[in-house]
Unconditional design. Structure first.
Length: 232
């Protein structure tokens, strides 16, 4: 993962704010340049038409790309100070020109917004070590109805690989054997396979279909209200 990818991992560029910050539009892209670190380096940050952020740092003395910045083992001492200064520039762009999503995937974030619109629930991230794991739970009962995780595809399908976001949902046990025969549905990863399923969030399955199962999962968390006994 590049420096830019790490900082803008969950960020969404607001194109209306870029020019105000100092970006210059060129075709469908926006570019920002600034000299930093006592005038010894120049940062060039680009936001493309899809909102992806990339960047480069140049050593003004040699006018070459400053490659040590990208080498983790060298990010100490002088190089580490230059890198920290560059990261500060990127963080400033993120703070002033971007909004932040809870997750990386576009489908995951669309569904997150739908969950909030219907139930008023935002994901919670209870594990500091696993910051990509977001839990949806009913605040009335305290029960989970969704768990979003980032895993390697090979955990679900040994013939595929690459990072993917998934959501685990609680489903009527009778439906699970048939569901996992369908594309995009899998036996629950790291949860009880008898009553939970895993759904991949890469647009293989339409939002409305997944949301139907989110609603079903949520129904298992409802607090049951007992009728009061009526005395004669």
């Amino acid at each position: 993962m590049t420096i830019e990818e790490a900082i803008f991992k969950r960020a969404v560029a607001d194109f209306t704010k870029l020019e105000k910050f100092g970006f210059v539009k060129s075709g469908t892209d926006y570019c920002y340049e600034t000299v930093f670190f006592n005038g010894d380096f120049k940062a060039v940050v680009k936001v493309d038409f899809a909102g992806k952020v990339s960047g480069q740092v140049y050593d003004l003395a040699s006018e070459d790309i400053y490659f040590p910045l990208r080498v983790e083992e060298m990010a100490v001492g002088y190089v580490g100070e230059v890198r920290a200064a560059y990261e500060k520039i990127l963080t400033d762009v993120k703070t002033k020109c971007c909004s932040e999503n809870y997750f990386v995937g576009t489908q995951t974030n669309r569904l997150t917004r739908k969950i909030y619109a219907k139930y008023g629930d935002n994901p919670r991230f209870p594990w500091e070590k696993y910051q990509d794991c977001g839990v949806f739970k009913n605040p009335d009962s305290g029960k989970w109805y969704g768990l979003v995780m980032t895993i390697d595809r090979s955990k679900l399908d040994t013939v595929q690989s690459g990072k993917i976001e998934i959501i685990n949902l609680k489903i009527d046990e009778i439906k699970i054997p048939q569901l996992i025969q369908q594309k995009g549905f899998y036996p629950a990863y790291h949860m009880n396979k008898k009553s939970w399923i895993t759904v991949i969030l890469d647009d293989t399955i339409a939002d409305d279909v997944i949301f139907k199962y989110i609603e079903e999962s949520h129904s298992f968390t409802l607090v049951k209200k007992h009728k009061k006994d009526h005395k004669p």
